[in-house]
Design a protein around this ligand. Structure first.
Ligand code: PHE
Length: 403
């Protein structure tokens, strides 16, 4: 029965109780912005790739290989289990993740491919791709964005090549896990990997934002790295989180068939980087087919300085909506509905009031919806029509009762 399947990139998937990827989201799969020549996301990736290619060279050849065509439909196993994400971790919740069905999902991070890449024999690689997360609606959040993943594995010979007496060092021990290392890593292993990782990423950020960039490391937690950090940069008066990284859990390296090596990994969001680097004010612009946007990057190479000239922002229209919510309602259900109904006409949605009726025990949510077209002024009539469609859609598809 055809109606019980969905097609993504030429493959059919059975629809089941977990399916929650909306047609609006599936319409983004395959757009391939990161592989589109002169698209700002493509330019940024090339800049990152060029940094790795000139920094890490062996006998005249680049050490890092770059991969940009891995399928965004992955198994739950790839996205979660292969990375030791606990069964009850919040990121597995259908309110956070786009499930295709009980076996497949749209990847929520590029880390989903670490295992298969290492298993295929790669030691040092970059991979870029689109990732999908159910999220709020505002100028910096979009349910699809792009990440670059980087992994570097070392043999003992490679990691200890610069110490005075390499034969006295070993990668592994049977020890104890602490804040600064895993149980199977020696302290030298952990510290040398940390040093190599941090130098690499600091230099990458300087290559992108300039030599005088101020940065700070913040301790973090990921199920697949330990220890883990986030790197923040100081840009135009604010601290911005740029990436997550850490020493790869040895269990993962072992099960990918590289148990004689240890290494680091990082994951970096491209939109945030591009928005800061090129002064792009709204994340929806990356998806705009408006020539006014793409034209500005047309004859540029990744080495050019580019300052985006804001396409004048057209006026906003604000409308509120209030409704009683059913039991199993999550705000992300409403955000997806708004995106499905309005396309990209909505700039921001905020939950501005939540209230529980003392007698009936029912809960009411009030959302403020900010409408703004990227390319023209919306009339109040146009906005009212979309707003009405959102009300009808919310009532029909989410079972809310509009007040
Ligand atoms: N996958 C993580 C995220 O999306 C980032 C990360 C990648 C962290 C690799 C550590 C190592 O937030």
């Amino acid at each position: 029965n055809l109606s019980n399947t969905i097609e993504i990139l030429g493959k059919s998937y059975l629809v089941d109780h977990l399916t929650n990827a909306t047609p609006a989201i599936l319409g983004k799969v395959g757009r391939n912005l990161h592989n589109t020549p002169n698209h700002p996301l493509n330019l940024i990736f090339k800049r990152i790739e060029a940094f790795f290619h000139r920094t890490y060279v062996k006998r005249g050849n680049p050490i890092f290989s770059a991969h940009s065509n891995l399928c965004p439909v992955v198994t739950h196993e790839q996205n979660f289990d292969s990375l030791l994400v606990p069964k009850d971790h919040v990121s597995r919740s259908p309110s956070d993740t786009y499930y295709v069905n009980s076996a497949h999902m749209l990847r929520a991070h590029t880390s989903a491919h670490q295992q298969e890449m290492i298993r295929s024999g790669l030691d040092s690689f970059l991979l870029v791709g689109d990732v999908y997360r159910r999220d709020a609606i505002d100028a910096t959040h979009y349910p699809v964005f792009h990440q670059v993943e980087g992994v570097r594995l070392f043999s003992d010979f490679q990691l200890f090549s610069k110490v005075s007496d390499p034969s006295s060092c070993s990668l592994f021990e049977k020890g104890r896990r602490g804040d600064d290392k895993q149980e199977t890593h020696t302290l030298e292993t952990s510290k040398l990997l940390e040093h190599d990782l941090k130098i690499c990423l600091e230099n990458l950020m300087r290559a992108l934002f300039g030599q005088n960039l101020e940065m700070k490391w913040v301790d973090a937690y990921f199920p697949f790295t330990h220890p883990s950090w986030e790197l923040e940069i100081f840009h135009k008066g604010e601290w911005i989180e740029m990436l997550g990284c850490g020493i790869m859990e040895q269990k993962l390296v072992d099960s990918a068939g590289a148990s004689d090596k240890a290494g680091w990994a990082f994951g970096l969001g491209l939109e945030r980087l591009a928005m800061k680097l090129y002064s792009i004010p709204d994340i929806r612009l990356f998806w705009s087919s408006d020539s006014g946007f793409l034209h500005q990057f047309k004859n540029k190479t990744f080495e050019d300085e580019i300052v985006f000239k804001a396409v004048s922002k057209f006026p906003q229209c604000v409308n509120d909506i209030s409704f009683w919510i059913p039991e199993d309602f999550t705000p992300n259900d409403f955000y997806d509905l708004v995106r499905s109904v309005s396309g990209d006409l909505v700039e921001q949605v905020d939950l501005i009031d939540e209230f529980r009726h003392p007698k009936t025990g029912r809960t009411s949510h009030c959302y403020r919806i900010v409408y703004r077209h990227m390319e023209k002024t919306l009339t109040q009539d146009e906005v009212n029509e979309v707003h009405k469609d959102i009300e009808i859609g919310a009532a029909q598809q989410l079972g809310v009762e509009v007040r």
